[in-house]
Design a protein around this ligand. Structure first.
Ligand SMILES: [Zn+2]
Length: 234
């Protein structure tokens, strides 16, 4: 194998690793965002359920007050009944009392419904709060892991970037430029030729190209995809 090819293969291997690390690094912010969103959703659900419970409790207190004021109203009517001597007025007061009593009965029905609602909400609130607490702990752990992963990826990338020079030193500039252009546009720049087939584009190369690749005296390119070829294991 041409020494240049050998060096390019090592370089390519490192560049592939660097590219993989970079793509993983690129994903980290969205991974973090997804985690934070999960936590926010759990908290939102717990908050909403709790709010439903609070609203029902406020309504309960309001209904209690409504009953209280109606009972006071009835007491007032009863008092007026004692003071009146007119039969008509007496009957009218009785009528009003009946009306307010019916109102109280309706409110009491609503109170029962509300109590059932509150009863059902209690475990729901507990469950949502538990889920939010668990999500917070889990997400916190996952974010810590993600931060560690980020640091690790960054240091590996830095290491690869900083040492890259060592692997390019002494390589022909034009060859390096060609390699770079191929690596960036075709993902892989240097590929094996097996059974006269280029492993980059999977096309058969000409007899001359195959012979030149086997001879390994010059840098040979695939005439289909232009990738740099080296003799494979066949
Ligand atoms: Zn090819």
């Amino acid at each position: 194998m041409l020494p240049e090819i050998e060096r390019l293969l090592i370089l390519q291997d490192r560049d592939k690793r660097a590219r993989l690390l970079r793509s993983e690094l690129k994903n980290i912010p969205s991974e973090r965002k997804a985690l934070e969103q999960r936590l926010a959703n759990a908290r939102q659900l717990a908050g909403d359920t709790k709010q439903k419970q609070r609203n029902a409790e406020v309504e309960q207190a309001r209904l209690e007050n409504e009953i209280k004021s109606r009972r006071e109203q009835i007491a007032k009517y009863e008092n007026q009944k004692l003071q009146t001597r007119k039969n008509e007025e007496y009957q009218a007061l009785n009528h009003s009392i009946d009306h307010v009593r019916r109102e109280i009965a309706e409110i009491e029905d609503r109170q029962i419904q509300l109590m059932e609602t509150l009863e059902a909400l209690r475990p729901e609130v507990a469950l949502a709060e538990k889920a939010a607490t668990e999500a917070a702990a889990l997400v916190q752990r996952q974010i810590t892991d993600l931060d560690a992963k980020l640091k690790n990826l960054e240091s590996q990338t830095t290491e690869l970037d900083e040492s890259r020079q060592r692997y390019t030193d002494g390589l022909d500039e034009d060859l390096l430029d060609t390699y770079k252009a191929l690596f960036n546009s075709k993902q892989v720049a240097v590929v094996a030729l097996n059974h006269d087939v280029c492993e980059g584009c999977h096309m058969k190369v000409t007899t001359a190209t195959a012979a030149a690749t086997r001879a390994a005296k010059l840098i040979v390119h695939c005439e289909q995809c232009n990738r740099i070829l080296y003799r494979g294991t066949d």
